[in-house]
Design a protein around this ligand. Structure first.
Ligand code: CU
Length: 292
């Protein structure tokens, strides 16, 4: 998580996810401990390798969907799973994201992002996500080739799947994560992650040195972002990402299996602010929490 990577994330929706491809995660196996397959949901697999995304099947019904993300690449990765804005094509989206414009394109604040798990290299992870009818794309910035997905309107008013109980409800808003004040139980958990704000948000989870305080975390983050890391501060550049999800737009939620060991963790959002373009972490969207 170096400053250059973060700043690159300010230029477009999915650049944030790409920035985290440098992190090394460790919990891929445990993430599949929760038996989401027993819910009987439509299943969708997104695979990423060194060159491209693949989506299978290419057509799926609208509603809650068990998404498996398979990372065959050499770096940690996720996918932004996005409803293609009207008037845009995958080609036009990618061209915009590659153009390095100063301001994020307006459509990233208007369209729907379903969210997808972050997965270490060579591993896979799952989430239960909500897809609406339309043409979707799984992508991150070039050079990875995006993949398209058609969602059909068979189930126009999906209800949350019965039998899917969340252990913890996490709310994302401007500019905070709610629901992490109380310690999280160690071991397998399912979090319901909901964006109840106006802008899209990202949940990125890293383990921190034991006992790290909120003030230390924010101070070190601000120092790194300003390019003047403080001596003796947290070494944020070497933190591993353990889990979380890619961009989730307003009104969307997803169910995210996690399996965290006891310790101190930090949650961060790097989505660019609609007004300033600055990552949300600079507005305070970073939260230290305890597991165990
Ligand atoms: Cu955010």
């Amino acid at each position: 998580m170096n400053r250059r990577v973060i700043l690159r994330g300010m230029g477009g929706a999915a650049a944030t996810a790409l920035g985290f491809s440098r992190f090394e995660g460790r919990l891929a196996e445990a993430r599949e401990a929760t038996d989401l397959a027993s819910l009987g949901l439509p299943e969708l697999t997104i695979t990423v390798n060194e060159t491209e995304y693949q989506v299978s099947p290419a057509t799926t019904p609208a509603g809650w969907t068990l998404l498996t993300f398979v990372n065959q690449g050499a770096d940690d990765n996720s996918a932004d799973v996005m409803l293609i804005p009207s008037g845009e094509t995958i080609e036009s989206l990618m061209a915009t994201l590659a153009s390095q414009t100063a301001a994020p394109p307006a459509w990233i604040y208007e369209t729907t992002f379903a969210g997808a798990p972050w997965v270490p290299a060579g591993a896979s992870g799952q989430a239960v996500v909500l897809l609406s009818a339309g043409e979707w794309v799984a992508f991150s910035p070039a050079p990875l080739t995006p993949a398209s997905l058609t969602v059909t309107a068979e189930n126009a008013t999906p209800v949350a799947p019965s039998g899917l109980q969340a252990d913890r409800e996490i709310t994302m808003q401007e500019f905070a994560f709610l629901g992490l004040d109380e310690p999280v139980a160690a071991g397998p958990q399912v979090w319901e992650v909901a964006n109840e704000g106006q802008q899209p948000h990202i949940l990125s989870i890293s383990q921190l040195p034991a006992g790290t305080t909120q003030a230390q975390y924010m101070d070190s983050m601000m120092a790194m972002m300003s390019g003047t890391p403080e001596a003796g501060g947290l070494d944020l550049a070497n933190l591993s990402i353990l889990g979380g999800c890619s961009t989730v737009s307003r009104g969307q939620s997803l169910y995210l299996p996690l399996d965290l060991e006891a310790g101190t963790y930090g949650a961060i959002c790097f989505f660019p602010d609609e007004e300033t373009g600055a990552p949300h972490v600079l507005m305070g969207m970073a939260q230290v929490f305890t597991v165990g």
